[in-house]
Design a protein around this ligand. Sequence first.
Ligand SMILES: [Cu+2]
Length: 504
Amino acid sequence: MSRLKRVLIVLGSVVTVVALAVGGLFTWWWTGADVSTVGKEPFGNALSIPPLAKSYVDKDGTRVFDLRMQAGETEFEKGRATPTWGFNGSYLGPTLRAERGEKVRVRIGNGLDEASTVHWHGMHLPARMDGGPHQMIAPGATWSPRWTVDQPAATLWYHPHPHGATEQHVRRGLAGMFLLDDEKSERLDLPERYGVDDLPVIVQDVRFDGARFAEGHGTMQDVGFLGDRTMVNGTLSPYREVRDELIRLRLLNASTARTYDFGFPDGRAFSLIATDGGLLERPAAMDRVQLSPGERAEIVVRLRAGERVVLRSFPQDNYGDAWQRRFAGGDDSFDVLELRAAERLRPSPELPSVLAESETPDGKDAVRGRHFDLKRSGINGRAMEMSRVDETVTRGTTEVWTVRNGNGMPHNFHVHDVQFRVMEVNGAAPPPGLRGPKDTVFLPNGTTMKLALRFDGPADPDTPYMYHCHLLFHEDQAMMGQFVVVEKGQRPGAPSDHARREHH
Ligand SMILES: [Cu+2]
């Protein structure tokens, strides 16, 4: 054999071995890239239920709550203390509850060593009370926003919104529910005993690095932080014993980047009764409900005596291309919460066939349209600027906003102050899960949505509300814009380019 031939054979085998190794590595990397806790959760921890926040009514009739942001430690697993943040405790916060028509005030003390804010996600309220990036609370300071609840019964929530640090502050544990009731909802025969047949279900994904929360974003995870297991209300591997035939789950996706598609392993149908901003006109039978970060859904599920049922999050076909599904969470699946039905269940009344009258606009009286192109680098080609007002809307008018994602990765879209109606998804009528009042919608790549929004003020040309992607990593990276509500003919003001510090 010539020397050249020998060299070529050796070279050929080296190339083959390298190709096989690379192929094998790729296969290993690809098949190992999805995360699943299905069938692996021992469900050994009783689900914690956030306490209802104490409040009192002061002499002018205002319901007053006290919240304090604080650092602490939480034992998610016995003997392992994780540094966390919480409201009035070490992790998450109490559930605030108020009625339509009530005046409320929340006194928020910042016991942390950095500034933050508290935003009332889904609440219709004056811009100065919204708790966005312009209403910073300095360490040691107190902020006391007040407003009158003027919207239907709903499952809302609260969380920090400091520009550039929202992902960190929420992931450390600053989040809680804010439930609203109204006269009509109170008369409905729905499961409504908090913590008994009406359960708050705050879902977050988490990853541990020893005792600490891991923070890093994995390779290819351009959506932001993705955990390898889930918690409900801060409880890992949770179970809940229940004693009623019908159980209402108030699902809140409080994760920073992960989208879930909730359902049950046996494919049983459940009734969707409410979306972000409150009750649907009538219950919708579904077997899956998809929630991106910030979205809520209230579902009612029927249980049989003695059974154990797992709330599961399934892989999502609509999440994006194969690459996005594999590396950015779409193929992942989680066993989230086990419901353990007692041997004898209290009978529940049938769900009402009519729940509420829609209060969201239908868009027919829209005075103008706007377009929003979602890109990770910014909305409509502009990165968030604290001092720039992007959109000016007139108080008392309805608009149609067309939101489009062609950015190759999943995004969502949240608008402060309003509950809107989804008019169209890619030119078609919205599916049942998007027919109720919404403040946040999921837009996988290639999605265009038309939304009808009504801005009922009050006008404040100097203080903007936000619209943004609620994947908090994207939001922090400036995928956010500002709008002000003005009186007809009024010009927008000039918001400060740095966050105003609130003091005592
Ligand atoms: Cu995004």
